[in-house]
Design a protein around this ligand. Sequence first.
Ligand code: CMX
Ligand code: CO
Length: 145
Amino acid sequence: GLTRIDHVGIACHDLEEKIAFYESTFGLVVASREVNEAQGVKEAMLHVADGPSGSSYVQLLEPLGPDTPVGKFLAKRGEGVHHVGYGVDDVAAALEAIGAKHVRLLDERPRHGSMGASIAFLHPKDVGGVLTELVQAAEDPRKGR
Ligand code: CMX
Ligand code: CO
């Protein structure tokens, strides 16, 4: 099952500007900055809190180009919440269980996410309009315990 909210993904035009906003407004601290060519994003994870089943973050996403998931989203809807990422203990097992419920999987197999996590996306049209990500954290850096 789901173990926590791992992160909320937020689409923005200017990553550095949004990082500065989250730092100054909420006092959040950047845990990692990465470019993920396969996902078409430049992104930052800002640490929010540590819970019993791991840490939670805000993920700020700037597209690498217009023809990327986040680039298309920004053009259509503007800045705002792009997806929700839930923690799972075993993303491959979660994909198998959820796929059997006729929710379309955007990833048949887990892919590489930020901070060494294994991730997979579910189609927003099958999750009530919410692009949903499953996140199996890498053991050490993300769990915060
Ligand atoms: N949330 C909710 N709905 C969304 C959405 C989102 N983030 N992105 C697209 N949609 C909706 C669109 O509004 C559109 O609906 P309508 O037809 O009713 O207008 C429909 O889905 C199709 O959208 P589209 O613009 O034509 O885009 P695509 O179908 O080409 O792609 C999606 C949509 C979800 C399949 C694609 O964005 C995807 O594969 N996403 C997963 C990967 C990803 O988002 N990576 C970046 C984050 C990486 C990370 O978190 O580390
Ligand atoms: Co994400």
